[in-house]
Design a protein around this ligand. Structure first.
Ligand code: F6P
Length: 361
């Protein structure tokens, strides 16, 4: 009789589309490819690992979840001290408790599905002696070492749809619309949805904007008889002036701002400069909800299957990735080392500029 392989699945950080598809891909491949295997689902991400809160998952538990949004296991965010620790509300390290759960369940490996923060925390778990394989998920597409993440394409679809719908009302009322999209400090989602929906202006964190330039776009459009303007604005967009400040100063300005988010400030400034009625639309977490698009279902399934293969081959402490269309893996150390921002010379930015889209710079 072959030795039992014990694997625990963790979905951590903000949810996104494709998590259940990845859980399914991993679980089904584990049960199909390994003779003796036990799979545990940890509840609410790392919280389940800290509290030893889990369920034993039978092969059948992985059926019927492919198209479901969110995560059947639940998720949570933990406090992370950069490069050092994962702590509770009192600042005490929770890594010993996580290690305790790992040993109690006699695990061979943790499969952790998460975004940037999760990858960094997973590295600390690997440093503490646990075997870890991670899958890159996030609508932000900002994980280093992989060309893309699951969740990203589904969010592009939703964000594009929002801007498509805004077009007709913006046009009917001859208004400016600022549509604020997620993505944290990276502009991947806004750039892609902005191009896909034909936004007139795309504002992303990597290219600080000048509001006067954005107003010039509105004027130029008006001169051509285009009575409305659509601005796709990343939640992390920053003005040229604010970019000159250090992080602490920027944080203070943000906290004391009369506007809830950057889009409201941009809208107020644009209305003042152009005299044109301006509205804001913030789809927010809607961008993370609902079923994964087919691309994300396929990608999440491929990632999950790869994780199972890596467990068989004992290739631990690595993140599954896709590079140039090939499913592969990279050291977790690399994946957790930095954030993948949008390069300002990215070909897509060039394409957008060539067709006349403004980046407000
Ligand atoms: O990282 C995914 C993301 O949706 C970001 O785009 C966004 O800034 C953040 O999470 C929102 O976090 P929360 O779900 O905690 O409000």
């Amino acid at each position: 009789m072959k030795k039992m392989t014990r694997v625990a699945l963790v979905t951590s950080g903000g949810d996104c589309q494709g998590l259940n598809a990845a859980i399914r891909g991993t679980g089904k491949a584990l049960y199909n490819l390994i003779e003796n295997v036990e799979v545990f689902g940890m509840y609410d991400g790392y919280r389940g690992l800290i509290d030893c809160d889990y369920k034993f998952m039978q092969a059948d538990d992985f059926s019927g979840i492919l198209t479901e949004g969110g995560t059947i296991l639940g998720t949570s965010r933990q406090k992370y001290i950069p490069g050092k620790d994962i702590v509770d509300d009192d600042g005490n390290s929770v890594i010993p408790q996580m290690l305790d759960t790992y040993n109690r369940l006699n695990l061979d490996c943790l499969v952790v599905m998460g975004g940037n923060g999760t990858q960094k925390s997973a590295k600390l778990l690997a440093d503490a002696g646990m075997n870890v394989i991670t899958l890159p998920k996030t609508i932000d597409n900002d994980i280093y070492g992989t060309d893309t993440t699951f969740g990203f394409q589904s969010a592009i679809n939703i964000a594009t749809n929002v801007i498509d719908y805004i077009h007709s009302t913006a046009s009917s009322h001859s208004r400016i619309f600022v549509v604020e999209l997620m993505g944290r400090d990276a502009g991947w989602l806004t750039l892609n949805a902005g191009i896909a929906s034909g936004a007139d202006v795309i504002l992303i964190p990597e290219i600080p904007y000048d509001i006067e330039k954005v107003a010039e776009v509105v004027e130029a459009r008006r001169k051509k008889g285009r009575t409305f303007t659509i601005v796709a604005c990343a939640e992390g967009a920053v003005s040229k002036n604010d970019k000159l400040l250090d992080e602490e100063e920027r944080r203070k300005i943000k906290e004391s701002s009369m506007y809830p988010t950057v889009s409201y400030r941009i809208a107020a400034e644009l209305e003042k400069l152009t005299g044109q009625t301006t509205r804001v639309t913030v789809p927010g977490h809607y961008q993370r909800g609902g079923p994964p698009c087919p691309y994300d279902r396929v990608l999440a399934t491929q990632f999950g299957e790869k994780a199972a293969e890596m467990i068989i081959n004992k290739e631990y402490n690595r993140m599954v990735a896709i590079r140039n269309g090939e499913i592969c893996s990279i050291p977790l150390d690399d994946a957790a080392s930095r954030t993948k921002f949008l390069p300002v010379d990215h070909p897509l930015i060039q394409v957008a500029r060539s067709i006349g889209t403004s980046f407000g710079d």
